[in-house]
Each structure stands twice: as C-alpha cells, then as structure tokens.
Design a protein around this ligand. Structure first.
Ligand SMILES: [Zn+2]
Length: 77
C-alpha cells in the first residue's frame, strides 16, 4: 500500500489538539495558499490543521503536523 504522505495517520489525528486552547483542530486543504511552488497533484491532501477557536492554522509538513503557535498562520485576517 502506497498512500499519500500528506495523509495524517488516524491515531495521530485523534490526539492532535490546538496547543493554545487545547481544543480540536479541523483538517483544511490549502486551497487558498499564496505560497508558490505548492504541489497540487495530491488529492485533497491535508496541509493545514485549523483551530476555529484561535483562528490559527497549523502547517502539516510531510504528513507531520507542526503544532507551534509561532508557526501558525492567522485565519481571521
Ligand atoms: Zn485553539
């Protein structure tokens, strides 16, 4: 089985929480990213984990969520 590396493991996905509010985060595919050079070949790959409480989006790099507030992108702007 050779699945996309951008897919977050279910067991990992289940324990991920926002480091700021300890709330749940939701999967978000980067359809509005302004970053250049993003591969669009993957199918609905999760590239961000979004916290609607804090209005922050945490990046996912190679399927590994980067749960650092300092690296999160604000989504309320
Ligand atoms: Zn939060």
């Amino acid at each position: 089985m050779n699945q996309s590396q951008q897919t977050i493991e279910p067991w990992l996905r289940g324990i991920i929480r926002c480091p700021q509010c300890k709330g749940e985060v939701v999967d978000a595919s980067a359809e509005t990213t302004a970053d250049s050079g993003a591969d669009s070949g993957a199918e609905a790959a999760v590239t961000e984990l979004r916290c609607d409480t804090c209005h922050l989006a945490y990046p996912v790099e190679g399927g590994v969520p980067v749960l650092l507030v300092d690296l999160a992108r604000r989504t309320d702007g």
